[in-house]
Design a binder for this molecule. Structure first.
Ligand SMILES: Nc1ncnc2c1ncn2[C@@H]1O[C@H](COP(=O)(O)OP(=O)(O)OP(=O)(O)O)[C@@H](O)[C@H]1O
Ligand SMILES: [Mg+2]
Length: 263
């Protein structure tokens, strides 16, 4: 074997050793901080994502909700990631999830035990983000989903999440309102989806652009609740922007604009 080939192999081995060391380091330091919140199964999912190189590291919590926790991570190149972990959940939440899963043709044969439901819920959010992303709606780019863990683009910088619309007074509310309505329309017409939980809480503003997220409950337009959810989404958006003195479209008109192909 040539000297150069030897050097190449040595170099590669050193890189692998370094990565294994990093992995061990991350895992042991993570253990201390996340042990209480991660059950063993979740821990193993995180471990496999680290091992596969999808995740480079996992840092602190960005948001701890009742049913999910969002962590700040990085990929192997050091780019920020958001890691959403769906936690095992209450009977109430289970009922809530079923409402949006039943009638969604993409998830026909779903087991009803809590674990399977949560995995479906995570997969559903991933699929919804993917469908939205593919038609150029500004959502966090979905990267991977495994069991109850979803990895996506981090909206924000250095672990500081972008402000949600709720806490951000846009300078140009008219423009932002129209951009959001346009997202709703594109989502409906090109991705065949209705967000279903759209409000100032599930929109962030980043680089002067609204970013829509939290999409696990989004349903296709054929879902039995589709019309009701679309109306509610637009009502929520209208209510928020009305308070900012935006001249909003009446609900009926806005719904028509979203649904009709030619306006
Ligand atoms: N991709 C992301 N980048 C940065 N921050 C994010 C991202 N996704 C979610 N977050 C942050 O985590 C919070 C919770 O996320 P999300 O709304 O998806 O989860 P949830 O289970 O619905 O929680 P909640 O009940 O608080 O709405 C968001 O308000 C947002 O601040
Ligand atoms: Mg939310």
């Amino acid at each position: 074997m040539s000297r150069k080939a030897h050097e190449r192999i040595n170099h590669k081995e050193r890189a692998i050793e370094k990565r294994d060391k990093m992995l061990k380091h991350d895992i042991s330091s993570e253990r201390a901080t996340v042990e209480e919140v991660f059950d063993n199964a979740t821990f193993m999912v995180i471990y496999s994502l680290l091992k596969k190189g999808i995740l480079g590291e996992l840092n602190g919590v960005v948001n701890a909700g009742k049913e999910s926790r969002v962590y700040w991570g990085k990929d192997l190149k050091g780019k920020d990631l958001a890691v959403k972990v769906y936690l095992t959940s209450s009977a109430e939440f289970k009922k809530g999830m079923l409402k949006y899963i039943h009638g969604d043709y993409r998830f026909k044969r779903v087991k009803h035990d809590t674990k399977s439901l949560i995995f479906t819920w995570a997969k559903k959010e991933f699929r919804n983000l993917e469908q939205a992303y593919n038609v150029n709606i500004r959502v966090p780019k979905p990267i991977a989903v495994k069991n109850n863990v979803l990895v996506m683009e981090f909206i924000g910088k250095e672990g500081i999440r972008a402000p949600s619309l709720k806490n951000f007074y846009p300078k140009n509310p008219d423009k932002i309102y129209k951009m959001i309505l346009n997202y709703v329309k594109t989502l409906y017409q090109k991705a065949d989806l209705i967000h279903g939980d759209l409000s100032e809480y599930n929109i962030m503003i980043w680089n002067k652009t609204p970013v829509i997220f939290d999409m696990s409950q989004a349903v296709p337009s054929t879902h039995p609740l589709a019309d009701e959810l679309l109306k509610r989404d637009i009502e929520n958006i209208n209510k928020f922007f009305k308070r900012l003195n935006v001249k909003v479209y009446p609900i009926k008109k806005a719904c028509k604009m979203v649904v009709n192909k030619n306006n």
